[in-house]
Write a protein that binds this ligand. Structure first.
Ligand code: AMP
Ligand code: TRP
Length: 330
């Protein structure tokens, strides 16, 4: 059996970038034979930057309902909240003690996010990757579907796992990232040199899965392009159009080459109009299911059973680690 695991931070409303980068590959893997999916809401990671308590509570529940609305199959997938399985913090600490400050300081995400913490940089921002390594290594994970920006965190996870295995004997499986060719890095709609991010201060930069349909369509129609007028994929010279082609191709499964042919004689307005409708249809389908789950008492039951199963797996692994290191009595 192949184990597949991923997490998303409840640090805002999840975006089309999150969907295309992390959820879509998860759903693709879910269709394979003999797989078990573990999906979690990374609330401990979210607090590495300041969070409002009311918003955080809300976002945790929202993300849980959204995972289900996107089509998680509960025959194969288990969903839980990271903070409800304390083994994550416990193995996280062990991983921190096996990490070097230098390698953590070199992480791109740390370097980027540290610029934004003007009131002082939290230590948690630095030790974020060892916690993420713990998330993954607790479950003998084979594959981790993520967007391009998480590749470096997967590399350090593998390094920490082999460092531990070399020191204490075979304990952890080395996970592989699972990154799709298209959609692994969706860009901002107002500045296509930047990643689409749910924490962007300009709401026009991202499409949230729960955006009002007309608002979302407008964001596509007003997305930054260029003055050339031709619809072709060229990230360097036409980053805006290329990003829209990526979104279009990912949502419809039509290849970018086919889309270039289809729109060879069209202008941006026609192309954007079509894409706006595709995005609108996609969002309304998910939102309908979201409205069901967010109001259903099933949500708590699903999270309870996910937590219990995750704890069952994780506590066994943690005990093994403590034993190998000589922590505690057993
Ligand atoms: P985060 O929102 O940082 O918790 O990211 C959750 C998942 O979504 C991770 O796998 C990210 O790599 C992925 N992701 C976030 N933003 C984007 C984006 N703009 N394009 C593609 N994937 C993304
Ligand atoms: N760091 C991931 C992000 O920001 C979220 C995350 C935390 C994660 N733990 C994980 C993703 C474990 C995959 C596996 O996107």
């Amino acid at each position: 059996m192949k184990r597949i695991l991923t997490g998303i931070q409840p640090s805002g409303h999840i975006t089309l970038g999150n969907y295309l980068g992390a959820i879509r590959p998860l759903l693709a893997l879910q269709n394979e034979e003999d797989v078990e999916l573990l999906v979690f809401i990374a609330d401990l990671h979210a607090i590495t930057v300041p969070q409002d308590r009311v918003a955080l509570r809300h976002n945790i529940k929202e993300l849980a309902a959204l995972f289900l609305a996107c089509g998680l199959d509960l025959n194969k997938a288990h969903m839980f909240i990271q903070s409800e399985v304390p083994c994550h913090n416990q193995l996280g600490w062990v991983m921190e003690c096996n990490s070097y400050i230098g390698e953590l300081e070199r992480m791109t995400q740390f370097k980027d996010k540290k610029q934004k913490q003007t009131d002082g940089v939290s230590a948690g921002l630095l030790t974020y990757p060892p916690l993420m390594a713990a998330d993954i290594l607790l479950y003998d994970t084979d594959l981790v579907p993520v967007g391009e920006d998480q590749k470096q965190h997967l590399e350090i996870t593998r390094n920490l796992a082999s460092r531990f295995n070399n020191k204490y004997g075979e304990t952890f499986k080395l996970p592989e990232p699972y990154i799709l060719k298209t959609g692994a890095r969706v860009m901002s709609l107002v500045d296509p040199s930047k990643k689409m991010s749910k924490s962007d201060s300009n709401p026009k930069a991202f499409i949230s899965i729960l955006d009002d349909i007309n608002v979302a369509k407008k964001k596509i129609k007003s997305a930054i392009t260029d003055s050339e007028g031709s619809i072709r994929y060229d990230v360097e010279n036409k980053p805006g159009v290329s990003n829209l082609l990526t979104i279009y191709s990912s949502l419809t499964n039509e290849s970018i080459a086919d889309l270039e042919t289809k729109y060879a004689n069209s202008n941006y307005q026609v192309f954007k109009e079509d894409l706006a409708n595709i995005v609108g249809d996609f969002l309304s389908k998910i939102q309908e299911k979201y409205n069901y789950y967010i109001n259903s008492s099933d949500l708590d039951l699903i999270l309870n059973s996910g937590r219990d199963l995750a704890y069952h797996y994780a506590s066994r692994k943690l005990q093994k680690v403590y034993h190998k290191m000589g922590i505690g009595r057993y």
